[in-house]
Design a protein around this ligand. Structure first.
Ligand code: SF4
Length: 307
């Protein structure tokens, strides 16, 4: 079993450590502001699935703040002028707004010589032709990744979490993004209510067949967070919460299914501890990462005993 992590990808492409800067574009989300619905996806917290992003303020301030936040992670031997970043617009729907305003904002960020590219989180039903043209143009300057929260391919689950679009919408947008030469990163959530392990693996296998080399996958653990519709649902009728053992097995199986030419951007989520209801074990991030990394190492060793 071989897989390419995001840090492997950064190292082999840029020959240095690269950290992501969490930024805000000031966009809302049509699944929350009434254009599609008002409640949002049931698992989505007030932060719009980007609880660690900087608030929307002047972009210069955001960049300074976000760099200060990650700079401690760089080895002291890397001087400031050699540090490299990828800008990440995570929360809400970052193609949902005035395209020209967003163009200016993204261009401004890409002007920074230490920023290697942009990762833009959005929904597949929110990329107009004008926005697509802007993204394709920016991508000719520096890499632009478009992140789509698919979460599952099972329509019943998509309805239950109120995702607000059906699978063909994702497929059509994926086709348009690839035609425009953009890199696509797809998010899946493992542990959605009512899904069996088989359902989750079906979503993983679907991406294994569909995505192109260089595209990415983010595997996220379902978090039940305070203040969400999912928390109400869970309180009224508790559903199965994955154990750490089950989650670990699913991640290892997913890495076996996904081809090595895809980039695995993440193998777990990071819901804020102050809002976490379940799974409680996910609050101990160190233990979770150690368990996952050890299980992955074991699986690699079992499949290639010389590794
Ligand atoms: S599309 Fe994203 S921001 Fe909008 S409600 Fe769903 S998870 Fe939240």
């Amino acid at each position: 079993m071989n897989y390419t992590s995001l840090s492997d990808y950064f190292k082999s492409t840029y020959h240095t450590k690269v950290y992501k800067l969490s930024l805000s574009s000031g966009c809302s989300c049509p699944n929350r502001d009434g254009k599609i619905a008002t409640g949002g996806c049931t698992f989505c917290s007030a932060g719009g699935s980007g609880d660690f992003a900087a608030p929307f303020t002047d972009i210069e301030d955001q960049l300074r703040f976000a760099k200060e936040k990650v700079d401690g992670k760089f080895s002291k031997s890397i001087p400031k002028e050699e540090r490299r970043y990828f800008a990440y617009f995570q929360s809400y729907t970052n193609t949902y707004g005035d395209p020209q305003r967003l163009k200016g904002l993204y261009e401004r960020v890409l002007q920074e010589p230490d920023i290697l590219g942009l990762s833009i989180g959005t929904r597949p039903d929110c990329i107009s032709e004008e926005m697509l043209g802007i993204l394709a143009e920016l991508n000719r300057k520096k890499p632009i990744w478009v992140e789509l929260g698919l979460q599952t391919i099972k329509e019943e689950s998509a309805k239950r979490i109120r995702r607000g679009y059906e699978l063909p919408v994702f497929e059509e947008t994926y086709r348009r993004l690839k035609e425009a030469n953009l890199t696509v990163v797809v998010h899946l959530i493992l542990g959605l209510p009512g899904e069996s392990e088989g359902d989750m693996k079906d979503s993983v296998s679907y991406l294994a067949r569909m995505l192109s080399p260089g595209d990415g996958v983010k595997l996220q653990l379902l978090h039940v967070l305070k203040g969400t519709k999912l928390a109400e649902e869970y309180e009224e009728e508790p559903f199965h919460i994955l154990t750490l053992e089950e989650y670990t097995r699913l991640v290892v199986d997913a890495l076996r299914i996904l081809p090595e030419n895809l980039v695995i951007h993440r193998i777990t989520g990071d819901g804020p501890k102050s809002l976490l209801i379940e799974p409680k074990w996910s609050g101990d991030k160190k233990r979770v990462l150690n368990t996952l990394n050890q299980a992955i190492k074991n699986a690699v060793r079992e499949e290639s005993p010389t590794a």
